[in-house]
Design a protein around this ligand. Structure first.
Ligand SMILES: Cc1cc2nc3c(=O)[nH]c(=O)nc-3n(C[C@H](O)[C@H](O)[C@H](O)COP(=O)(O)OP(=O)(O)OC[C@H]3O[C@@H](n4cnc5c(N)ncnc54)[C@H](O)[C@@H]3O)c2cc1C
Length: 409
């Protein structure tokens, strides 16, 4: 790589934006190209299911930075451009619009595509939610609807359900699994969220799926559920998860795994090729196994991490994954990864919707899930990073001093 290399970032989302800005912050002198398929500059995606959907903020407020800032920092923002192929042999990207772009260092930050239910008809009132474009279309549709249906009770589905309830809409949520958000949060939390939504008026039906879509005039008017009931609805949001966009990684022959692209501790998939965000299955130095996390702050932090590596020397990315979800007045924060645990410890009162759950393995905290209790998560970060063994009784006691414990660990 030359003294002033060209860094090309594919994907102008959470991760991609952070790489470009991180590079300039580190004093990187080479060229930076940030290529995005969407027509808008990078924006805050989590707003789409929350503040933007509820019309609490304008579209302008969703953007991460003023447009002229990119120019000012000499970051070339190529919007409305889709990269259709990556050629590893001559280090070039091919754009859909024609033309090729050479790279010295390549960062793939292409995010995910929402999944579509194979039998769902593509109709004007059937939505998925990923882009600002999707968000604005859904915002208009929800505003004009009386009864909103959500298919799939994952984070996106349940956040949309909550926002629609807050807008005073009737909400029907259908989930094929026995509980909402079970895949991400497990049985106990799934039950808590089911209660939470039902108590706020969501008609949540679990263990059922849509068996028939009843249409007229380019719209789905009603659905028939697998339990035989028929429901009239004004619009449908399909929120059944996402598929990471790994096509460019495949072009380059990068190694795939965990549903994404395998990257080493420094987020490197190959020499001078990095992957971050939703697509990155990162060999995490603290956990000693690959983690792939589909969350905002992880993508941003990984972007900053790659910028540090590119501007200096590749170094392991050690941050503990963290994410949040806001539904009604309930703030969830989740720190770490709990795929591997042998014990849970609850701190606080689950009934009062203010508590944390620690997930431990051999006495070491793997993850902390906090409901309206962000402090506990915050103070646990160092305990997780340092793999400190903490007495379970201390964790369970809401009056114990976790901050002091982390400081002395
Ligand atoms: C509605 C919604 C709400 C969310 N809420 C939360 C939340 O509360 N908390 C949380 O932690 N996370 C949340 N997330 C998840 C979070 O937004 C994502 O995990 C994060 O954006 C991933 O960042 P990324 O950089 O990997 O991809 P993205 O931010 O998705 O950016 C990828 C970009 O790459 C572009 N792109 C893809 N392929 C190409 C190509 N071939 N050529 C050019 N451009 C391309 C895409 O158009 C896209 O703009 C939410 C997501 C959604 C959709």
């Amino acid at each position: 790589v030359t003294a002033k290399p060209t860094v090309v970032v594919v994907g102008a989302g959470a991760g991609g934006d952070a790489v470009a800005w991180g590079l300039r912050k580190q004093g990187f002198q080479g060229s930076i190209l940030l290529i995005g398929a969407e027509s808008e500059r990078p924006y805050n995606r989590p707003y789409l299911s929350k503040q933007l959907l509820r019309q609490e903020i304008t579209t302008e407020k969703t953007f991460l930075r003023p447009a002229q800032e990119y120019e000012r920092r000499n970051i070339q923002l190529l919007l409305n451009r889709r990269v259709v192929r990556a050629h590893g042999s001559d280090r070039q990207l091919e754009l859909q619009s024609g033309g090729r772009i050479p790279w010295d260092v390549l960062v793939l930050a292409t995010g995910s595509e929402p999944r579509w239910l194979p039998d769902a008809p593509r109709r004007a009132n059937v939505f998925t939610l990923r882009s600002l474009h999707d968000g604005l279309a859904l915002q208009t549709a929800v505003a004009g609807a009386g009864r909103v249906m959500v298919v799939g009770a994952g984070f996106i589905g349940m956040e949309v359900a909550a926002s629609a309830r807050q807008l005073g809409k009737e909400v029907l949520a259908v989930e094929v699994a026995p509980i909402p958000m079970g895949r991400a949060l497990g049985e106990e939390m799934g039950q808590i969220y089911a209660r939470l939504h039902r108590s706020r008026g969501v008609d949540l039906r679990t263990g059922v799926s849509v068996s028939r879509w009843i249409e007229s005039d380019d719209r789905v008017r009603a659905v028939e559920l697998s339990d035989g009931t028929r429901e009239e609805v004004d619009l449908i949001l399909i929120g059944i998860g996402v598929s990471p966009r790994v096509a460019l990684a495949e072009d380059l022959g990068l190694s795939l795994g965990e549903g994404g692209v395998r990257v080493d501790e420094a987020l490197r998939a190959a020499p001078d090729v990095f992957c971050i965000g939703d697509i990155a299955a990162h060999q995490h130095p603290v956990y000693g196994r690959p983690l792939r996390v589909e969350h905002w702050q992880v993508a941003q932090r990984q972007g900053t991490g790659v910028a540090t590596s590119v501007a200096g020397q590749p170094e392991p990315y050690r941050e503990i994954p963290w994410f949040w979800s806001d539904q009604y007045d309930v703030n969830l924060q989740y720190l770490g990864n709990s795929r591997d645990f042998d014990e849970t410890i609850t701190r606080g009162n689950t009934e009062a919707e203010k508590f944390s759950i620690f997930y431990r393995k051999d006495g070491v905290i793997q993850a902390v899930l906090s409901i309206n209790d962000a402090r506990t998560g915050r103070f646990s970060r160092d305990l997780i990073s340092r793999r400190t063994v903490v007495d379970g009784r201390i964790l369970a006691d809401p009056d114990s001093d976790l901050k002091g414990l982390a400081a002395s660990a």
